[in-house]
Structure formats: C-alpha cells, structure tokens
Design a protein. Structure first.
Length: 200
C-alpha cells in the first residue's frame, strides 16, 4: 500500500497491529480520525493512555478491574461455593452475558501449550490452589475451550485439585441449538452422546 504521508503510514501500521484489523480498515480509521475535531482524537488518546496506566487485575480471580478487587468478587450476592475456571477475561464476559451463572471466576491467563512454550508455571494455577483452603468453594467448573490445549489444561488442573474435597465439573459440550446432526463433526457428536442428559 502506497501512502502520501509518512505520518499516515506510521498510524496505519500501528492500528493494523490490532486483532482483526487489516491495512485497509486501519487506513479508513486513520482517515476518519483526521476528519474529526482534534478534541475527539485527544480524548481517544487520553482514554487509551489512562487504560494502560490505571487498569488493574483482581487479586483473587485476575479479572480486569478498576480496583484491586473486581466487582464480581466484591459482590456479596454471588455464590461463593462455585468457581468457574476460564482461559481469559473474554470468557468471563461471554458467560456473564448469558445471565445463567452467579458464582465466582478464576482466569488462568491461557492454556498449557508446549508447542507455544506455555507451561503450567506460566498460568494462574497456584493462585487458584491458594484460594481453596478455608474457603466456601464446593465446586470448580472447568470452562475451557474444547481443544487439545484446553483438554490438557483441564487434565492437569484435575490432577492438582484432587487433593481438595471439591467437586470438579466441566461445561457440557455438544450439538449447537439450530444445527443439524449430519453437519456435526464426529468428535462433537460422539461427546454429545457420551454426555447425554435426561430429557425434560
């Protein structure tokens, strides 16, 4: 892509580093910013700088927060007997949007992946184990992606959690609502049959 200005090229290259944004979209965003009042760009820049400077991670669950303790962990109405273990903050947001879960969370910050050099020591596993003694937790829900790395992480966590008298469960995996069986892959279909539930 040929640019008329070095400044535009630098801005496009930086914005294109964001996930899901290519050079064309980045160029459109840069040209849009140039058309806006200078206060708009200043406000955007200030909010991004403040985000990087002031954002915190909850000391209990590692969720993104404005304070040392996130609003979920602070909420006394949450069910403290449940901890849902997820890979990232995006997973917490996705589960919260269902309005079906009222327990607490624990964010691992990734999954075990030897190919990418991610070991158990790189994840927030020890802090999870440290939360359990003398706590109200009765059940840990493993809500990890159904990938080889997710399954490896779930297996490792299950082994580490066996020393605690806590129920360990996993989110159900199966056929999405509205889909047809003939288009389901064999692994998903097989798991759906193995983890079948009572018809109500």
């Amino acid at each position: 892509m040929v640019f008329s200005s070095k400044l535009i090229e630098e801005a496009v290259n930086e914005i294109a580093k964001l996930p899901g944004i290519g050079q064309k979209t980045a160029l459109r965003l840069v040209l849009h910013l140039l058309k806006q009042d200078e206060n708009f760009t200043t406000s955007l820049t200030d909010s991004l700088l403040k985000l990087r400077r002031d954002i915190q991670y909850c000391r209990h669950c590692h969720y993104i927060s404005d304070e040392p303790e996130c609003n979920i962990c602070q909420n006394k109405s949450r069910d403290r007997s449940l901890i849902c273990v997820v890979e990232s903050s995006q997973d917490v947001i996705a589960i919260e949007n269902t309005n079906q879960y009222r327990g607490l969370y624990h964010i691992l910050g990734g999954v075990i992946s030897p190919m990418e050099g991610v070991s158990p020591a790189d994840l927030n596993i020890e802090s999870l184990l440290n939360r359990l003694p003398e706590s109200e937790v009765k059940e840990i829900i493993l809500a990890l992606s159904p990938t080889m790395e997710g399954d490896t992480t779930a297996f490792y966590l299950t082994k580490r959690l066996k020393t605690f008298a806590i129920k360990i469960t996993s989110i159900a995996r199966g056929i999405p609502i509205g889909s047809e069986l003939e288009y389901a892959d064999e692994i998903t279909l097989g798991r759906s049959i193995l983890t079948r539930t009572n018809y109500e």
